[in-house]
Design a protein. Structure first.
Length: 71
């Protein structure tokens, strides 16, 4: 598990989430242009991938946008 910290694009709050990823994969995602989060982290669920992209937690998503599970 790796603790990842991101700033939410919705609230500006600094959030941390423990994710089942390696530092090597995180570095690849952050440093390689055009790489898709789902290709680097196929083991993560949509909430965890969204956190990596935008810093938005599931609670923030539900508060500001609506139910995260609605498709």
């Amino acid at each position: 598990m790796l603790e990842v910290t991101r700033k939410s694009i919705l609230s500006g709050k600094i959030n941390t989430m423990a994710l089942d990823i390696s530092q090597e994969h995180l570095d690849t995602y952050e440093q390689v242009s055009g790489v898709l989060v789902q290709n680097v982290f196929p083991n993560l669920n949509k909430e965890e991938r969204e956190f990596l992209i935008s810093g938005i937690t599931p609670d923030e998503w539900n508060k500001y946008i609506g139910d995260f599970n609605d498709e």
